[in-house]
Ligand binder design. Structure first.
Ligand code: SF4
Ligand code: SF4
Ligand code: SF4
Length: 358
């Protein structure tokens, strides 16, 4: 069954037919043509790419490859169903039609993700906030590697490996949450904010999901920097259906994003969806109590003390997103490590630890 779905190319799974079928204006065709086919137009070996996806799942979890296939290929249909179950204002993505049978399988998968999401022991799609500099380190990797960060770094039982295969392969694609939001915070032309890293996911996405394209590491860094300037939070995602490993960096808002909005179910940095970065703001004497930091903090973690007229941080809520640091007009905030709420996802530090170096 899995091999039939994952390992075999569907007759329409060729780049040519996708381009002809989906693009009336020709813009998308040229866009993908520039990225995926820089020289001569060629057909991608979809069967080989699908086999690569199947191979990425360990023997005991081969059946997860079906969910992986459905997730990567129909990511907006999945997002629509998941966010709908969470009570969000969403609209079915008419740009990604599915037949009844596929819709049913995507729904089953979304049901499973939802049911498992309320505990750190069972959650299979979760993320960790990373500072912009730590996000950039993730997209700068060039070597294959296998790291298993501790639960101090990724506080979830399942799916917390960093297994890089060809990390220099990076794809950017339309944000799932904003792509199905009834009233997204940015228009579709500005929704390319999900950055997938490494194989086999990148080849799968750019060949079989028309809303993803390859970018170079330098382009990826520019996208991260621009997203940060726009006030978005960087989240490193670890997902079982995405080959059971770290798979992407999302540049999330605090209105459409399922993770940041779900945070309010728990109201704490100790929750089963989203881990804090491990950094918290330090407020200096320069603070004049203007309150600008509190206005940008989505997690209600910083406020101005009426008596002292200084900003104070709630260590039980702060996610270490750095938005307040960027917003402070007096540079009165500097982020510092706070070991009591976890350790950062700093890939260079993790590599040094693995090699037994300080
Ligand atoms: S997690 Fe963030 S970037 Fe990723 S799909 Fe959701 S809002 Fe978009
Ligand atoms: S933005 Fe800066 S100066 Fe204003 S209250 Fe926050 S820390 Fe103080
Ligand atoms: S206090 Fe600052 S770093 Fe902490 S969650 Fe709020 S905006 Fe982010």
């Amino acid at each position: 069954m899995i091999a039939a779905v994952v390992g075999t190319a569907h007759p329409t799974d060729t780049l040519d037919s996708r381009l002809c079928g989906n693009d009336r204006s020709g813009v998308r065709l040229r866009q993908i043509g520039e990225v995926v086919m820089p020289e001569e137009p060629r057909k991608l070996d979809i069967a080989k790419i699908n086999k690569g996806l199947l191979d990425a799942f360990p023997l005991d979890y081969k059946s997860d490859a079906l969910a992986g296939y459905l997730y990567l290929k129909y990511i907006y249909q999945f997002g629509y169903r998941l966010l709908k179950m969470m009570g969000r204002d969403v609209k079915e993505p008419d740009y990604q039609p599915v037949d009844e049978g596929t819709a049913e399988m995507v729904q089953l998968f979304a049901d499973q993700v939802c049911a498992r999401s309320l505990s750190k022991d069972t959650s299979i799609m979760h993320s960790k906030i990373v500072r912009p500099e730590d996000a950039i380190k993730l997209v700068r990797q060039t070597e294959n590697m296998h790291l298993v960060p501790s639960e101090r770094v990724i506080p979830f039982k399942l799916t917390r490996e960093i297994l890089f295969e060809s990390p220099q392969e990076i794809a950017i694609g339309r944000c799932m949450c904003r792509g199905v939001a009834a009233n997204p915070c940015v228009p579709p032309s500005e929704q390319d904010l999900c950055m997938w890293i490494g194989e086999p996911n990148v080849s799968f996405l750019v060949s079989q999901n028309p809303y993803f394209r390859k970018v170079t590491p330098m382009e990826a860094i520019k996208i991260l920097e621009d997203a940060h300037k726009a006030g978005f939070i960087h989240c490193a995602y670890f997902e079982k259906p995405a080959s059971d490993r770290f798979n992407c960096i999302c540049n999330c808002c605090t209105c459409c994003c399922m993770s940041t909005t779900n945070w309010h179910l728990f109201g704490s940095n100790d929750n089963p969806f989203l881990a804090p970065s491990g950094y918290v703001p330090d407020v200096s004497e320069a603070c004049n109590g203007c309150g600008d930091c509190a206005k940008v903090c989505f997690f209600n973690a910083i406020s101005v003390d009426e008596k002292t007229k200084k900003a104070v941080v709630d260590l039980g809520k702060c996610m270490g997103c750095t938005l307040c640091e960027d917003k402070c007009p007096l540079q009165a905030i500097k982020m510092r490590l706070e070991p009591s709420i976890g350790e950062p996802l700093d890939i260079e530090a993790l590599k040094r630890q693995q090699l037994g170096r300080k």
